[in-house]
Design a protein around this ligand. Structure first.
Ligand code: GLY
Length: 384
């Protein structure tokens, strides 16, 4: 049974009317998820079963579930969240000495595990693991093209917009050991995002291929979007949130303006219920295209970052937009009435062009929903 009054929730026209109850219900939900998820590394829960899979524990998504638990622990002080989160960064240690899948996404993996564990508990192994991951990420920097290379294989000149979110690992390391090399690399990559990924109209490329020896741009690629000129909504959310974070760390207005440009485009493309389709340019009519609730929750959290960055009335529209998105997710895309469902949000889209994970729950959609609601509840620390 949910502690939410569903009638009141459905009738709410403003998130603030129901926020305390939603936050309370979320705590119950996450506590139940601990029982349901156990030792699994959740990534995707299909719509028909609502049961999270058990993805390999070095997959790029492995940090999000522990990240939810750490935020809940910090916000409530309750130990069971911490106990369930504790061992995750230790698993990464074991994976890093086996043939592993570590790549540009060590930020997604280590920030919500090792780094937050260290921040909240002072655990020195968490710090060591976080710094190791930051060094690994810095080592992926291509000095000719000013980008962090994506993936491993043979795509030595590829960079992707998702890495905008990994930059916080480098900024954290720079502060932690007072070494500006890490933030110089992060800023150089962020400049490449501004110059080559965010288009003039605020839409965003997923992949840019560079000549890895000269740094010249070869071409843009569609990647997880509908095509090279399309507008993958989660890519936009990564850019929005990532550039807002970069502004928080650097104070450089160019990143704030870049985040605003993406935000304005993103908001202008939303359907009536404010939850993004998977690609804003997937088709002439988006009516039959799937939504992506992970793009929605990540963008909402990024919009709250923008709202915090801007004074008073300048920040208000971003906060209101974030609350509209979050209210819609809470009313129409959450599993409150189906406690057997192991996820929080339904209707995510993983990779539509590859035919993978369409109309499913995605753990990163759940993570950014929790992150955004925590921000509205006064959470001041940050992971990303
Ligand atoms: N490649 C990360 C994502 O699916 O957004």
């Amino acid at each position: 049974m949910t502690v939410l009054d569903m009638n009141k929730l459905k009738q709410a026209t403003n998130l603030q009317e129901v926020l305390p109850e939603v936050w309370e219900a979320l705590q119950h939900k996450v506590s139940r998820m601990i029982e349901q998820i156990g030792d699994k590394s959740p990534h995707v829960a299909p719509a028909d079963t609502g049961v999270y899979d058990d993805m390999r524990h070095d997959w790029w998504t492995a940090g999000f579930w522990p990240g939810i638990l750490w935020i809940m622990h910090e916000m409530t002080g309750k130990e069971h969240y911490k106990e369930a989160a504790w061992g995750w960064d230790e698993k990464f240690d074991q994976k890093s000495i086996q043939p592993s899948n570590f790549h540009h996404d060590v930020g997604f993996q280590y920030l919500p595990t090792a780094v937050i564990k260290y921040k909240l508990t002072g655990d020195v192994d968490g710090k060591r693991r976080g710094l190791l991951a930051a060094n690994f990420l810095a080592g992926r920097f291509n000095i000719a093209g000013n980008f962090l290379r994506a993936w491993n294989q043979d795509k030595t000149g590829w960079a992707i917009v998702d890495s905008s979110m990994n930059l916080s690992l480098l900024f954290w390391a720079a502060e932690e050991i007072a070494d500006p090399r890490f933030s110089m690399i992060a800023k150089a990559h962020a400049d490449t995002v501004v110059n080559h990924f965010i288009r003039e109209d605020g839409s965003v490329n997923h992949i840019v291929s560079f000549n890895p020896l000269t740094g010249e741009v070869i071409e843009s690629l569609g990647g997880q979007g509908a095509g090279p000129d399309s507008s993958w909504s989660r890519g936009a959310a990564w850019a929005l949130h990532g550039m807002a974070n970069t502004y928080r760390y650097t104070g450089d207005m160019k990143y704030l303006r870049a985040a605003q440009r993406v935000a304005h485009y993103f908001l202008s493309m939303l359907p009536e219920d404010s939850v993004a389709h998977w690609d804003f340019r997937a088709a002439e009519s988006l009516a039959d295209e799937p939504r992506d609730t992970s793009a929605a929750s990540c963008a909402a959290s990024g919009l709250l970052e923008l709202a915090d960055a801007l004074p008073g009335v300048q920040g208000r529209p971003y906060r209101e937009a974030a609350e509209r998105i979050l209210l819609s997710l809470t009313q129409s895309y959450a599993t409150w009435e189906h406690p057997e469902h192991e996820a929080i949000l339904v209707e995510g889209t993983g990779n539509k062009p590859a035919g993978q994970n369409i109309n499913v729950a995605l753990i990163y959609g759940d993570y950014y929903y929790v992150e955004a609601l925590a921000k509205l509840q006064g959470w001041k620390s940050r992971i990303f």
